[in-house]
Design a protein around this ligand. Structure first.
Ligand SMILES: [Zn+2]
Length: 145
């Protein structure tokens, strides 16, 4: 019998429920989607799943440039870059993902679509880890409460 005051965590532990982590390869979201939440630590949750936030389209063809340094960055948190883009009204279409290997569903201008290596935004690293050059450990980031 379930008593009042039992937390969800207790329930999950007592019933030994396995929570399967959902893989979000890429979902494009509208600006004011209520499914996306910014958490107190600045990170993003899509329908309760922790996600990264990025623009999944390049201005260039793959041939001209697929160097990660010249492509869009992936955002860990609601950072200064996103704040500035919002203020300028240059917010493009954003997507969310929870891929953990540093490659993301990405479209080049010439129609090439693939999982492209992208870098993490340095403003995000500074804001979240206080270190612009910290190598990102995705497992650690996604498992952080
Ligand atoms: Zn950022």
């Amino acid at each position: 019998m379930i008593s009042f005051g039992t937390t969800l965590k207790d329930l999950i532990e007592s019933y030994n429920i396995e929570i399967l982590e959902e893989l979000i390869d890429r979902i494009t979201i509208s600006q004011n989607s209520s499914d996306l939440r910014i958490m107190p630590d600045g990170t993003f949750e899509y329908k309760g799943v922790k996600v990264l936030y990025y623009i999944a389209k390049a201005f260039y063809t793959k041939k001209i440039g697929d160097a990660p340094s010249s492509l869009n960055k992936v955002h860990l948190v609601w950072c200064r870059t996103l704040e500035e883009q919002k203020a300028r009204g240059t917010f493009a279409q954003y997507s969310v993902t929870n891929r953990k290997n540093g490659t993301y569903h990405y479209e080049f201008n010439d129609g090439v679509v693939e999982h492209q290596k992208l870098l993490v935004c340095q403003n995000c690293l500074q804001q979240f880890y206080h270190d612009r050059h910290k190598p990102i450990d995705y497992e650690e980031f996604f498992n952080k409460d």
